[in-house]
Design a protein around this ligand. Sequence first.
Ligand SMILES: [Fe+2]
Ligand SMILES: [Fe+2]
Length: 234
Amino acid sequence: MSRRAKPKASDAVRGEWLRRVEAEYRSSSITQHLTLWLTQVGASPDLVKAGLRIAADEIVHSDLSYRTYVAAGGTDAPRITRESLAFSRTDEPLERDVTRFGVEIFCLGETVAVPLFKELREPCTVPTARRALDRILRDEVRHRDFGWTLLGWLTEHPMWPELEALIVAELPGWFRKLKASYAPVGVESSAVPDEDRAWGLMPLDTYRACVDKAFERDWLPRFAKVGIDARRAF
Ligand SMILES: [Fe+2]
Ligand SMILES: [Fe+2]
């Protein structure tokens, strides 16, 4: 195989990129939802505009992921599960739901996404996949920052004492969920062939390492800045 030849795409490659199409749709939909709530609670125009821009980015990510799936020989349509594409309101004040979803999805999810996509992109050489990962990684940095700006805004909100207590109470559960999806206990990490890595896949071990890295580099210091000790929650 010459260095420039496109490596053959496996079923794992097609499965993963189709899953990403679905996940990006979900990201767009829930960001629209959160941004609507932010508008309803009177968040700053900058925050609302940033949310709307992210929702549009996620659709671009989905499109780029679908192009990669097709380039890999995929022909199926993504399975869009409507129920997972929206948040459910609790019967508590909207500010509490904004806090719940904003912190879990952005301060946790989009923050770990940065090291994850960095690792995925590194050995990725197939042009369509690389283009998708280039764009996603570039945007993910801004998406991460949105979460922490939102948290900063919440610290200045009159409800902050109770919102802070909510975060402290929920943080262990959010970390548990995140670890279960990226670093499940008891699941063996199997090697990923170089061809699959060239298409932008990576082994479970690397996902786990990224979660640990995000904890030391991001979660611990960033939560500490708003007076929350994340150590005991992780
Ligand atoms: Fe995305
Ligand atoms: Fe994102």
